[in-house]
Design a protein around this ligand. Sequence first.
Ligand SMILES: [Zn+2]
Length: 300
Amino acid sequence: MKNFDPQYNDIPKTEIHCHLEGAIRTQTIIDVARQYQLKIPAYEVSELDRYVKVYDQLQDLTAVLKAFDIFQNSIASPAIFERMAWELFEDCARQNIKLFEVRFSPDWAFHGHTVDWDASLEGLLRAQAKAEAELDMVIGVIAITSRSMGAESCVRTVDWAIRHRQHIQAVDLADGETLYPIGDFVKPILKAKDAGLKVTIHSGEDTPASAVQATIQNFMPDRIGHGIHSIEDLRVVELIKEKDITLEVNPWSNYLTNSVRTIEEHPLKKLFDLGVKVTINSDDPEVLETNVNNEYRIAH
Ligand SMILES: [Zn+2]
């Protein structure tokens, strides 16, 4: 649930794990569908919400990835992408987020309508400049390479990010960790690192501590998206600390995707007590109907 309780809203906050593709307002999807004559299951917010939001715990991660089809289809032009970015920045400012990092997968996001990558980035940067000037926040940009799009896509995305490294701070390897072998992505990700980009990897979300260990050994990332299952092996927890890796934790997302069975079992506090650098984030605030304030409330 969206939460604007002053108890959490008044705290100046950061959000460093948020997918733009999962942060598109339902009304915006409807507006875009009308403007571009796109077919969507419903044209009223309350009706469409039933298709684009996850309210209850899912059986596995694949189901939530399916819910993204409608989002992908709504990214119809660079101008629309700019609007979506601006609206996300507005939603962050409403929660008193002072440092925000937005991430998106260009190959995935712009796939549906063959939207131009560079023009879309320019749109996002305009929204970023406006938000930094008007909303009292600073914004970083992370380019995602999606495992499901394959190794070639990873190479293309990394090269694109390197070309735009003046504006893009990091790359992220995301989605379906169980389905795609790590080996395909090591070379391009290390190339990004060599070029001076920071690296974050989705790992240990619905996979065991051994996956986090392999991620660290192969990529030596600056941060890990989720990483919660590292708690199952204290040697991996020690490795995270030793390498000074920050975890981008998304409590409600982990519950909804069934990466933790109950929210009470979530290892956020345990990891914190063990001395791991943990941060609290929303992951996909529109799909998962949450925000950072709500994540703080849950953690509290
Ligand atoms: Zn994520």
